[in-house]
Design a protein around this ligand. Structure first.
Ligand code: COA
Length: 330
């Protein structure tokens, strides 16, 4: 058993300036602010007009490095969770590495959709705990607007663009840092939430474009039913495994897909709503970025404090879902 524990020792984020509000969407399609707010909790989302996912990720890592007072050249590994890579290859990790000047880092992309950050954080923490690396950066970044069909009112209201990043280092206090994780996937859920076109199964053709196969497809009702149970159960499971009750947990840091899914999760954990990080109203679902974006905002505001017990929890395409339990280390 490793005696090294990985801890998040810095966090940062970057979001584009352009805001797409529910009222803006009202002018584009048959929808309304009241429907969107009551069904999802979203008021507005950010849109990256120029640039790609690597710009969101690079901005986030630079913000994190500035806060930590660290140079990009000190980064050893760069893991980028995303479903909207700049292109199939090279990896977006390579694009970010070049943009920020992380000359000594190697890296790779990680595809687990909305669970991407939780999965990548787990992998990154193992690289630290193995004793092989001392500075691993995990980025969650998605330019969802690039794969969103703004004529499909069922899905386009949900998504936004953002990037956020954390630094993992060996914890100087072994009681703090990443303590446990539970990760799952179930490929039978793939048909309910996907992007069918562009890969080796359906390479791009005029037909795939005409059939809108390069956009996100979601059967919202089907996904909702599984997500609401999956996220609540895995959060409850990790709490029980670590002998925690709702009273012990300081923060639930949930993936921000739908306010009602988050509420159900908090309820299952018997957690007061004041202990739930929530910014879905301002950003919508930014896929791999939601959880580190919450951590970054709460850290910046001073509400997230050293020693706080946090449960990070997600559900997304795949299906993939999981939770990480950590004690905040700085
Ligand atoms: N504005 C107004 N009406 C809309 C609308 C919109 N943007 N989108 C759908 N509607 C309509 C539907 O057409 C439907 O009308 P009908 O009853 O006449 O057919 C009605 O509103 C209800 O739609 P429904 O799909 O049943 O809504 P819902 O309560 O299931 O909410 C989602 C839809 C997408 C918000 C919800 O299903 C959801 O959040 N799903 C899971 C998302 C998720 O967690 N993803 C996983 C991680 S990415």
């Amino acid at each position: 058993m490793s005696t090294i524990r990985a801890a998040i020792t810095a966090v940062g984020h970057w979001v584009p300036e352009k805001i797409l509000s529910n009222h803006d969407l009202e002018k584009m399609m048959d929808t309304n602010d009241e429907w969107i707010r009551t069904r999802t909790g979203i008021r507005e989302r950010r849109i990256l007009e120029k640039g790609a996912t690597s710009d969101l990720g690079a901005g986030a890592v630079q913000d994190m490095l500035r806060k930590r007072g660290m140079s990009a050249e000190e980064i050893e590994v760069l893991i980028v969770a995303t479903v909207t890579p700049d292109m199939f290859f090279p990896a977006t990790a390579c694009m970010i590495q070049e943009k920020i000047g992380a000359k000594h880092a190697w890296g790779f992309d990680f595809s687990a959709a909305c669970s991407g950050f939780v999965f990548a954080l787990t992998v990154g923490s193992q690289l630290i705990e193995s004793g092989t690396y001392k500075k691993v950066v995990v980025v969650g970044a998605d330019k969802m607007s690039a794969i969103t069909d703004y004529t499909d009112r069922n899905t386009c209201i949900l998504f936004g663009d953002a990037g956020a990043a954390v630094l993992l280092e060996p914890s100087s206090d072994p009681s703090l840092g990443i303590i446990d994780h539970r990760l799952y996937c179930d490929g039978s859920g793939g048909r309910y939430l996907n992007m069918l076109g562009g890969g080796s199964l359906n390479p791009p053709t005029h037909e795939t474009v005409d059939k809108k196969m390069h956009f996100i497809y979601q059967d919202g009702k089907a996904v909702f039913k599984v997500a609401v149970i999956g996220m609540a159960e895995v959060s409850y499971e990790i709490m029980k495994r670590n002998n925690l009750t709702g009273k012990d947990v300081d923060w639930l840091v949930p993936h921000q897909a739908n306010l009602r899914i988050i509420d159900a999760c908090a309820e299952r954990m018997e957690l007061d709503k004041s202990k739930v990080m929530m910014n879905i109203d301002r950003y919508g679902n930014t896929t791999a970025a939601t959880i580190p974006l919450c951590l970054s905002e709460w850290q910046l505001s001073g509400k997230l404090k050293k020693g706080h017990h946090c449960v990070l929890s997600s559900f997304g395409a795949g299906y993939t879902w999981g939770a990480v339990y950590l004690k905040w280390a700085y």
